[in-house]
Design a protein around this ligand. Sequence first.
Ligand SMILES: [Zn+2]
Ligand SMILES: [Zn+2]
Length: 424
Amino acid sequence: MRYLSFYETVTACEECDLLHRIPPLKGGERFKCERCQHVLLNVHEHAYGRILGTAGSALLMLALALVFPFLGFSTNGAERSVTLFNVVTVLIQQDYLILSAIVCLALFVFPVAYLFAISCLIWSFIHNNINSALKRYFTRWVISIQPWLMVDVFLVGALVALVKMNSLADIELGLSFWAFCGYVVLLVKTISLVDRRWLWNKVAGPGPEHAISVKNATAVEEGLIGCHFCGATQQRHTKHCSRCGHSIHSRHPNSLAGTIAFLIAAIIMFVPANVFPIMQTTFLGGSEPSTIMGGVFLLWSLGSYPVALVIFLASVVIPLAKIFSLSWLCWQSCKPTERETQQKIKLYRMTEVVGRWSMIDIFVVAVLTGLVQMGNLISILPGPAVLSFAAVVVLTMLAAMMFDPRLLWDKDREVKSSLSEEVE
Ligand SMILES: [Zn+2]
Ligand SMILES: [Zn+2]
């Protein structure tokens, strides 16, 4: 496989709309956009074998992570150990159905569906035994759920929960905890091996060919539309991509209005998320609610500086920074300042990458609820702020997905061409 080159046709960068003719690539090579440096295509060496290996091992690790105890907990002679599954069942027993659904989707349903679909796809590439409609369905599934896989965030949440409880009780890491670490590493590795252009090319062949008349032209200037779902380019006025079937637009319709609407909703939800308690701790009969900031201050006063900092960053700084930077980017796509567009794009990429890490505190509360259930001696329950905070994270993620970075580059081109006209 190594010496066969991989062929993909004309493609438009999904971040800046610049057209590229990708040269045939060998395994281990990748192709970046000339203008914004976004990686357009990453062809991995021995991709079939590696993806099948990591995805299969990840599923095996998950099976191991489910059978043994995940965490053990002992205080004042009382002991309790929980499996990963208990974390979900305790939440269901306590009637926190939405929170249990979030944990279930993020930990089991989405990752398993992802791993299963990608393994079936690779298997079908080797043996050619799945019909193409099913292959397309699996590929759509793989690409759509990838941003919502949060097992790595859950792992950090579980570690934070451990440090939080360390002063109150003895915590023991079960066998499953280590299997879960393996599951996280293997899943993250699998995701890094899957490239969307490569995958669609394998499923449905290269996209349609087009002649490019001008060098460094954008798709819109050449009368084309770049599909952001599979990377193929289509003629203007096409409604659906001929390669992946996804609806396509030259620019995301209502991108700014949609982003702003999601941001306003996120700001509204941010208020109850911080005013109401996120967690209620019952200790020796007395119940004590704590808000996000209350928890940060408590951890700081107890000397757990790194954990206090992690929670403060994930729960307060990241959501606020994300809301501010996306609002600023919306403003910039209407009234650009002189700042380099490349820097604005870096900010946009950062908001996309760090956004999901805000879920840490939600997972901390979920793990503590599952683990610490000893009646009046000590027990922890989620507070009313949990759902509003989860809504903030999801709404800011949707806002980032709704924002079309090509608008920034359109303005960039407009400003540059008006400047050059003035000089002439
Ligand atoms: Zn680009
Ligand atoms: Zn497409």
